[in-house]
Every structure is written in structure tokens, then in C-alpha cells.
Write a protein that binds this ligand. Structure first.
Ligand SMILES: [Zn+2]
Length: 376
């Protein structure tokens, strides 16, 4: 086990890469998918089961944890890893994105963001310095810079000013983070869909120097075509030898396209959130188990999947427990969806290592185009 944070690329195909991010708490195989454990839990899953799906790292949300139960409380209870019983790496976001998206009453200044909690209306102040302090109190292994991100579409002036503010906050984040061997700080590239602004942002971040670089400000309503257009140049503007993390993305086909364009790390609530509403993410595309076609179907959700939902239950049972709002419905579909995402990432890693990524991607799209198995 490594005592320091590092990144090694073992194979490349086109712009895609596979490798390992090493941390004192364990290795993260890339391309990696990070399940989202918003409030110190991946909803409906025990942490050991999240690990069993193949996850090497979880994501925690600074905004939620600072409000409830509070960063100081988690610190006093031994840190987030111990608190939630997950001893492997954890990445935390900075809180910036969720403050902007979840709170109505907020005031953005050069200093930071003042806002009221969506839980009890209490007043809080989040700055680059406080975000670094909270993420340190949580014991996060990969800390994200505090940044600001406008919803798209936004005019160029708004995107440019926001990006420049984020770059000043990136320097303040770097200064506040200090020297912490074994822990990593990632910078976040902004600039919307403007190639020159993305280049300016990358240049500013390179000047500050980070352990990894995130591509922020995408998957905020611009659509897949525009996102891929941006990913045709954005990863290449960032340092080649550091991990690249596309924040908040995405659907399986978004991930495959982004891996082809040189992204190493992903997070998204989709597999866990959609599982709780009865939607399964599969090789055949998204399948809605609430649909009446599954009511009498004794077949597994996916005959090739080895997760407990597919190995031990019928589509009819999954339909029944989802329709009846039984807790096991959320458990089984979340497990299946996280399993599917991790299998997809393992497949991408293997294909890049073998030099067969193009075939893998062609098979991925062909199977999805066929859709679900025929109705009985
Ligand atoms: Zn399954």
C-alpha cells in the first residue's frame, strides 16, 4: 500500500487510458465510477455490499454533511470513514455546486457564499477556506476545490466571470489545504462550452498545481452532443499525467463516450437514485420495472448479470416489490445498478488494456440498440 497519493497509467488506446490512483487507503482502478454516498450512506446499501459491486471509492457531499450531522461532529466521532464504516478512499465535493443548486436564499460574493440551510433555515457561510476545513474534518482522501458553476445556458460574460472567480477560489483552496501527504486536492476546470475559456481555466490550474483535475460545469443541461463536443478538447487541456474527473456524469453512454475522450473518474446519483424509482440500468438500456409487462415474467432482469437481484429473483418479483414500495425493491435495484456500472467500468478498463476498446464500444451500443428482451 502506498503512503502517498499517486497516479500510474498502464495502458492507452486513442485518448482513453487505464491505470491506478494510489492512496494510503487503497487503490482506485481507472476509469473509475464512484457511487454517491450523499449523507454518509449510499442509500439502500450496506457499505460492504457497495464494495462487493466493485467500488474502490465513494463520494460524500460536503453541503449535506456540514448541515447534518455537522463536520465537527463527524470529526469528533473519528472521521467520515469510521462514522459510515467505509475504510477505503472517499472523495468529497466542495459544497459549492449544491449550495447553488439546493438553496434559494444565498448571497454570492468574492469571499464566498452565504446561504440558509434547506433543512432548518439556519444561516451558513461557505468559503474556500471553510470548505477545505470541512473536508479535512471529514477526513476526505480526495478534496475538491471550492468553485462556482453557472447553470447552462448562460451568456459568455457570466461564464467568464464565474470561471475567473473559481480560479481565484482555486488558489485560496490550494493555500488553505496546505501540505498534507497522502491526501489529494483536485482543481476544477470551468468555462462552460467555450474552448478558449476552458483553456484559460486549465492554464490557471496548471499554474497553481493540483494532484488531479476535474472537468466541472458539464451535465448541467447542455445535452450529450454539446458535452462530448467540450470533451473533445477539455481533457487534453489538462495535465496528461494526473487523473481527470468528470463531475456528476452520468448515464452509461455518457461514461463510455467520456472514457473514449480521456476521462478517468466519474460520479453520478443515477444508478442509486433511479434504482429507488424502479429503473434498472442494464446492457439492454434502461428498463422500467414498474411497467406491467413484467407482472408475470419469471425471467431474471438480466440473465447475464451475477448481482443478487438477477441471480435470485424474477422480473415479476422486482415489479411487485417496486410497485408495493417495499424497501427490498430499492435495495435490489440499487445493487443491480451499481453492479452494472462497475461491470461496465471493469469492461472498459480491460478493453483499454487489451487494445480492444473500439470493439467493446461497438458491442455496447449494438446491445443497447436492440433494447430489452421480447415480452413473454
Ligand atoms: Zn443484476
Amino acid at each position: 500500500m502506498s503512503n502517498t497519493f499517486g497516479f500510474t497509467i498502464s495502458a492507452r488506446q486513442g485518448r482513453a487510458r487505464t491505470g491506478v490512483v494510489s492512496t494510503p487507503k487503497g487503490e482506485i482502478r481507472t476509469p473509475a465510477f464512484m457511487p454517491v454516498g450523499t449523507a454518509a450512506t449510499v442509500k439502500a446499501m450496506m457499505p460492504e455490499n457497495v464494495r462487493a459491486t466493485g467500488a474502490d471509492i465513494l463520494l460524500g457531499n460536503t453541503y449535506h454533511l456540514m448541515l447534518r450531522p455537522g463536520a465537527e461532529r463527524i470529526h469528533n466521532l473519528g472521521g467520515l470513514h469510521r462514522f459510515m464504516n467505509w475504510d477505503r478512499p472517499i472523495l468529497t465535493d466542495s459544497g459549492g455546486f449544491q449550495v447553488m443548486s439546493l438553496t434559494d436564499l444565498r448571497k454570492l460574493t468574492e469571499e464566498g457564499v452565504k446561504f440558509r440551510s434547506h433543512i432548518d433555515g439556519s444561516e451558513h457561510n461557505l468559503t474556500p477556506e471553510r470548505s477545505m476545513e470541512i473536508q479535512k474534518l471529514l477526513g476526505s482522501d480526495i478534496v475538491m476545490c471550492f468553485d462556482e458553476c453557472p447553470a447552462l445556458p448562460a451568456d459568455r460574460k457570466r461564464i467568464e466571470e464565474s470561471m475567473q472567480l473559481s480560479m481565484r477560489w482555486a488558489q485560496r483552496s490550494r493555500d488553505a489545504f496546505g501540505d498534507r501527504p497522502g491526501y489529494a486536492l483536485f482543481g476544477i476546470q470551468q468555462g462552460g462550452l467555450e474552448e478558449d475559456l476552458r483553456a484559460q481555466s486549465a492554464e490557471a490550474l496548471r499554474g497553481i498545481e493540483f494532484d488531479g483535475y476535474a472537468i466541472g460545469g458539464l451535465a448541467v443541461g447542455e445535452g450529450q452532443e454539446a458535452m462530448f463536443g467540450c470533451l473533445d478538447y477539455a481533457p487534453g487541456q489538462l495535465p496528461e499525467d494526473k487523473p481527470r474527473y468528470l463531475m456528476g456524469v452520468g448515464k452509461p453512454d455518457d461514461i463510455v463516450g467520456a472514457v473514449q475522450r480521456g476521462v478517468d473518474m466519474f460520479d453520478c446519483v443515477l444508478p442509486s437514485r433511479s434504482g429507488r424509482t424502479g429503473q434498472a440500468q442494464t446492457r439492454m438500456g434502461a428498463i422500467n420495472l414498474r411497467n406491467a409487462r413484467h407482472k408475470d415474467d419469471p425471467r431474471p432482469l438480466d440473465v447475464e448479470c451475477t448481482c443478487p437481484a438477477c441471480a435470485n429473483y424474477s422480473r415479476a418479483y422486482l415489479h411487485h416489490v417496486i410497485k408495493s414500495q417495499e424497501i427490498i425493491g430499492s435495495m435490489l435495484l440499487t445493487w443491480h445498478n451499481l453492479h452494472y456500472y462497475q461491470e461496465l467500468m471493469a469492461g472498459l478498463r480491460g478493453a483499454i488494456a487489451d487494445g480492444t476498446l473500439d470493439d467493446f464500444v461497438a458491442r455496447f451500443h449494438a446491445r443497447r440498440a436492440q433494447g430489452d428482451i421480447e415480452i413473454l
